[in-house]
Ligand binder design. Structure first.
Ligand SMILES: Cc1cc2nc3c(=O)[nH]c(=O)nc-3n(C[C@H](O)[C@H](O)[C@H](O)COP(=O)(O)OP(=O)(O)OC[C@H]3O[C@@H](n4cnc5c(N)ncnc54)[C@H](O)[C@@H]3O)c2cc1C
Length: 421
């Protein structure tokens, strides 16, 4: 079986590795960028995604660069603690949660693909321009060099998987009238800053509410070994009232003073957010966008995966984690179903409604809902949290999200492996 993967991001690379592990080795990855560059800031791999990487023998490589995050803490915008819980191994999962630089994660996956499938399996500088159906169930792709517009030929395969991100050309082929992604009016400012460890040293902090919040966590093993921390932070704020949607470019840099001013009051005794903003290497701006869930990803010998299939607000680390799960499920179905068409139908049935539920939950702030609740009930802060919200109510919000996104501990720990042995 020949598989053409469009897009060499986290989803595409994980799919290549998963297919190889399932015994499907005739795989070609077509990536628009002229080289696999280690771009981005921090990203979170939840235990269900880390499990899949462990099954692909990548756990040690990931733990050599990322941080096994041990604790999560929610605070209000006044810095009052609302909720705290252990994460990953500390919570009792069989797999850690890993916070990692997106670029370093892509580096680990890229090196593994080169090592296992060979360097010839990746085609950088190949931007998908067109695709179509050939004779006898075969499909074809035509790529161009995006810089020069030069055509790079016509290649046939048995299956095309669109892993080409939120602006997916594969998705547009089947949903040509869909239009641009949907902005919810929130702007995200993202950066990494070298600093001193805070709280447990492996804590993920989330302070604020849906109007304005920061999420802060360490992402580098190398810095931790030096007694320092590489701190990833994302500051989000509702800005639609004051201006247009920022450009959708992962590399758009923004003026530091604007972000610093907006978050001046987030200087807490446990974490000085304005100082993080002040010392960041660079600050990137991106709108919080997603798309409505689709009625089908099942186009016979063509399907979608990751952000191409279900772009979602980056709440709770599910953007990358769900792409990884898609890849593992699709590889499993392709290795076990009698035909490619049956495999794609089974994959669509397994993953589309699950990820649609995560998209919808993230629109309602997912597990971050607890902060909105506290802000609504106690806008001027509180003396005793229990007067505002009970521990049971907070625990229910956290549990509901884990169930929706597929990482409730008992089920995940007990679920059979997706590996095809
Ligand atoms: C440069 C970059 C930086 C990012 N930084 C962050 C970050 O800091 N934090 C965060 O939470 N998320 C970030 N993301 C998004 C995050 O990686 C995804 O939400 C998630 O990992 C799902 O991955 P994916 O593989 O489905 O999509 P993506 O990671 O978006 O990968 C899609 C890939 O497809 C390629 N591609 C697009 N169109 C075509 C085409 N026509 N032909 C061939 N290839 C194509 C893209 O170049 C890209 O490599 C970033 C994405 C990119 C592309």
């Amino acid at each position: 079986m020949q598989v053409a993967i469009i897009g060499g991001g986290i989803g595409g690379m994980t799919l290549a590795l998963s297919l190889h592990a399932a015994g499907i080795g005739d795989v070609a990855v077509y990536e628009s960028a002229s080289a696999i560059r280690e771009l981005g800031v921090g990203i979170n791999l939840l235990p269900h995604a880390v499990r899949e990487f462990a099954e692909l023998d990548l756990l040690d490589a990931l733990l050599a660069v990322g941080i096994p995050t041990a604790e999560f803490a929610y605070y209000s915008n006044r810095g009052q603690r609302i909720w705290q819980e252990p994460l990953g191994l500390a919570a009792g999962y069989r797999w850690p949660q890993i916070s990692i630089h997106r670029g370093e994660l892509l580096g680990v996956l890229h090196r593994a693909v080169v090592e296992r499938l060979g360097p010839g399996s990746i085609h950088p500088g190949h931007h998908l321009a067109r695709l179509g159906q050939a004779q006898a169930g075969r499909v074809w792709v035509e790529c161009i060099d995006r810089g020069s517009g030069t055509a790079l030929g016509h290649v046939e395969a048995d299956l095309i998987v669109g892993c080409d991100g939120i602006h997916s050309a594969v998705r547009r082929t089947y949903y040509p009238g869909e239009g641009p992604p949907r902005w919810n009016g929130v702007t995200m400012w993202r950066g990494v800053t070298r600093g001193d460890p805070f709280l447990s040293g492996r804590t993920m902090v989330n302070a604020g509410s849906s109007r304005q919040r920061v999420v802060v966590y360490p992402i580098s093993k190398a810095e931790e070994e030096r007694g320092r921390t590489l701190i990833n932070w994302v500051a989000t704020m509702r800005t639609a009232e004051n201006g247009p949607m920022p450009p959708q470019s992962w590399t758009a840099v923004v003026d530091r003073a604007r972000v610093h001013q907006a978050f001046a009051r987030f200087a807490f005794d446990f974490l000085d957010v304005p100082a993080l903003i002040e010392s960041a290497e660079a600050i990137y701006e991106y709108p919080m966008v997603d798309r409505d869930p689709l009625p089908s990803w099942d186009f016979g010998p063509v399907t979608l995966l990751g952000d191409a299939a279900h772009p979602m607000h980056p709440v709770g680390g599910n953007g990358a984690s769900q792409a990884i799960l898609d890849a593992r499920w699709l590889a499993r179905e392709l290795a076990t179903q009698p035909t490619i068409e049956a495999a794609v139908t089974a994959y669509d049935g397994e993953r589309r409604s699950t990820t649609a539920a995560v998209v919808q939950s993230n629109r309602r702030a997912g597990p971050h809902r607890c902060q909105d609740l506290v802000e609504e009930r106690a806008p001027d802060g509180f003396t005793h949290l229990a007067d505002v919200v009970s521990q049971e109510e907070l625990a229910a919000i956290a549990e509901e999200y884990k169930t929706t996104a597929g990482f409730d501990m008992e089920r995940l720990n007990a679920r059979p492996s997706l590996s095809v042995r």
